[in-house]
Design a protein around this ligand. Structure first.
Ligand code: HEC
Length: 104
């Protein structure tokens, strides 16, 4: 059942990534620790390990920011990450986590 749901989500256009998946901010945080913390500050603080990388709280506060838009950015990868693309489900989780930082 879950596999089937995952296949449906994967088949949907990547644009729907943030919508088609039940995003989980807790999973997003764990992913961020593994995949993003090397460059970005992921905990709501301002200083990132890599100076040119905005902290996640800065990203969350950008005007026009939305979880859907962020999922799309992450699905296609951003330039400094090179091959660091994430799957649609992962992107939704990460986006949900980053959005959650905005309220702090
Ligand atoms: C190798 C270092 C590195 C890693 C790892 C990395 N980033 Fe970045 N990221 C950067 C830099 C540098 C920038 C600023 C330059 C830019 O926007 O292209 C950035 C910008 C961003 C932006 C701003 C949006 C954009 O592309 O303009 C988002 C969102 C982002 N990163 C999310 C993530 C997430 C989520 C992860 C983990 C899956 C991650 N990054 C991992 C270096 C990194």
């Amino acid at each position: 059942m879950l596999i089937k749901a995952m296949m449906v989500a994967a088949a949907a256009a990547p644009v729907l990534a943030g919508v088609a998946w039940a995003a989980d901010a807790g999973r997003g945080r764990a992913l961020a620790q593994q995949r993003c913390a090397g460059c970005h500050n992921i905990d709501g603080g301002a200083r990132s390990a890599r100076r040119s990388a905005p902290s996640f709280s800065e990203i969350a506060r950008q005007s026009g920011f939305s979880a859907d838009q962020l999922s799309i950015t992450l699905t296609y990868g951003h330039v400094p990450m090179g091959d660091g693309r994430v799957g649609p489900g992962e992107a939704g989780d990460l986006a949900a986590y980053i959005v959650s930082l905005r309220r702090r």
